[in-house]
Design a protein around this ligand. Structure first.
Ligand code: SF4
Length: 400
C-alpha cells in the first residue's frame, strides 16, 4: 500500500480531533494502551474485568485473526454499549456503511465473549457553530436493531471469507465496479498490459459491466459487437481503437461563445470538519484562494493576478471584492467545471450588497469542461474528462 497522502493525513488528523472531543463526553473514560508487555487486547480484557471500569476508549478485541477497536465502550446495567465516532453529519448518506462498520466490530466483540447490549453511532450535529459547547457537537444515534441483524449475518459467512483471505491461493480476479478505483488494476491485476480497457467507457451500466465480467472481457478491442453503446461510449471506443482524436462539427461554434479578453479562473477552498471561524458550522467550505490569468487576444501576453487568504481570519469578503476588481467588466471567464459558479453563487448569497457584481461575473463564465465533453475526445483521456488527463493529452502543459 502506498503511504497516505497529505490530504489523507489531514483527514485522519481531523478524525482524531473529533474522537478526542467525543471522549470528553465520558470524563471517567480510560484510554487503552499497551502496558507491562501486554497487548491492547489483553489490557482491554483486564480492564473490563474490573467492576470499577465505566468507559474505555480504543478498547481492542481479538477473536482468532479478527480484530476490532471501538471508539467508546461503556458499561451498562446489563452489558456494554459500543459507540463509534464518525466525522459526518447525522443525516449522512453513508449511514449504512457506518452501521456495517459497527456491525463488524460488534460481531468481533461478541466472538471475544463480550455482552454487547447497545450499539450507537456518534455523529455531528448540523446545529453546532464555532465556539459552541462541544456537547452540542454530537448526536448519539441508537442503531442496535440494525447492527444486531447485520452482525448476525456477518457472523454466518465471516469464517468462509477469512479462510479465503488467509489461504495460500490468490482469489480469481473479476471485473467489478471497484476495479475503477483500485490501485492494482493496471499495475498487477486485470488491466496490466492492456492499452485501453472497457473501464474507459463512460457511464457503463452495471448490467453491461457484469456481462463483460462474466465473459472475462477487459480489453476494449474485445467488446462484443452486439453490446449496445451510447453515442459517447461509441466515441470513446472508436477513438481509443483508432488512436485518433474525435472533434464534433459543433466544436468551432461552441468556441465562438468565448469573448475576448479572456480570463482563466481557478478557486481553491478549505473544508474542515470542525469550524474554523465565528458563525460557521462543521464541514463548511471556505474560499481561500483564486488564481486569475488573463490575456487580451489569443496570442497576447499572459498576465496573472491572485488572492491568498490569511489563515488566521476568514477572508471571503476580501476575496470577493478582490475578484470583482480583477476581472474587469468584459470578456469571458473560462472555468473547468461548475465549482467556480457554485462558489460565486454562495458569495452572492452571503454578501447581498455585492450581488450585482458577482452575478455579472457568473454570467460571464464559460465552462470549458462542458464544451470539451460535448465536442472532443482524445484516446489519452482514458475515459476521463478530468483536467489531469485532458490537459496533457491536448497540448504541452505550461506549468508557469
Ligand atoms: S483490479 Fe482490484 S478490485 Fe479489481 S479484481 Fe483486481 S484487485 Fe480486485
Amino acid at each position: 500500500m502506498p503511504p497516505p497522502t497529505d490530504a489523507n493525513r489531514f483527514r485522519m488528523e481531523q478524525g482524531r480531533e473529533v474522537t478526542e472531543l467525543a471522549r470528553k463526553l465520558c470524563p471517567t473514560g480510560i484510554l487503552v494502551r499497551k502496558s507491562d508487555g501486554m497487548t491492547t487486547a489483553e489490557v482491554t480484557q483486564k480492564l473490563i474485568k474490573n467492576p470499577a471500569t465505566e468507559t474505555l476508549f480504543e478498547a481492542t478485541f481479538q477473536s482468532g485473526p479478527l480484530i476490532a477497536k471501538v471508539d467508546l465502550l461503556t458499561r451498562t446495567d446489563d452489558g456494554w454499549h459500543v459507540q463509534e465516532v464518525k466525522s459526518s453529519f447525522s443525516d449522512t448518506r453513508d449511514i449504512q456503511n457506518y452501521v456495517a462498520d459497527l456491525a463488524y466490530s460488534v460481531m468481533v466483540l461478541r466472538r471475544a465473549g463480550l455482552l454487547v447490549t447497545k450499539a450507537s453511532l456518534v455523529l455531528l450535529s448540523r446545529d453546532f457553530l464555532y465556539g459552541d459547547n462541544p456537547k452540542r457537537l454530537f448526536e448519539v444515534m441508537d442503531h442496535t436493531a440494525g447492527v444486531n441483524q447485520l452482525s448476525a449475518k456477518f457472523d454466518s459467512f465471516c469464517d468462509v471469507h477469512v479462510s479465503g483471505m488467509l489461504g495460500e491461493t490468490t482469489p480469481e480476479a473479476k471485473l467489478i465496479p471497484a476495479c475503477r478505483q483500485c490501485l492494482y488494476f493496471d499495475k498487477t491485476c486485470l488491466g496490466k498490459g492492456v492499452n485501453h480497457t472497457v473501464l474507459e467507457l463512460p457511464s457503463l451500466h452495471k448490467t453491461k459491466l457484469n456481462r463483460l465480467s462474466d465473459d472475462n472481457i477487459v480489453d476494449l478491442r474485445e467488446l462484443p459487437p452486439d453490446l449496445v453503446l451510447t453515442e459517447r461510449q461509441r466515441v470513446v471506443r472508436d477513438s481509443a481503437l483508432s488512436g485518433k482524436p474525435f472533434f464534433s462539427d459543433n466544436l468551432p461554434k461552441s468556441l465562438e461563445s468565448i469573448d475576448w479578453p479572456c480570463y482563466y479562473l481557478d478557486f481553491e477552498t478549505v473544508m474542515t470538519v470542525l469550524p474554523l471561524y465565528e458563525g460557521q458550522g462543521c464541514h463548511q467550505q471556505i474560499l481561500t484562494q483564486f488564481s486569475l490569468h488573463h490575456r487580451d487576444t489569443i496570442d497576447g501576453e499572459i498576465h496573472h493576478q491572485e488572492f491568498l487568504a490569511d489563515a488566521d481570519r476568514e477572508c471571503e469578503r476580501e476575496l470577493a471584492e478582490s475578484l470583482i476588481d480583477a476581472v474587469g467588466g468584459k470578456g469571458s471567464i473560462l472555468v473547468y467545471g461548475n465549482f467556480e459558479s457554485t462558489r460565486i453563487k454562495s458569495l452572492r448569497d452571503r454578501f447581498p450588497d455585492l450581488k450585482p457584481s458577482l452575478e455579472a461575473i457568473r454570467n460571464r463564465l464559460v465552462n470549458l469542461l462542458g464544451i470539451i465533453r460535448a465536442n472532443l475526445y482524445h484516446p489519452e483521456f482514458r475515459g476521463s474528462f478530468s483536467v489531469k488527463y485532458v490537459l496533457p493529452a491536448l497540448g504541452p502543459v505550461n506549468t508557469k
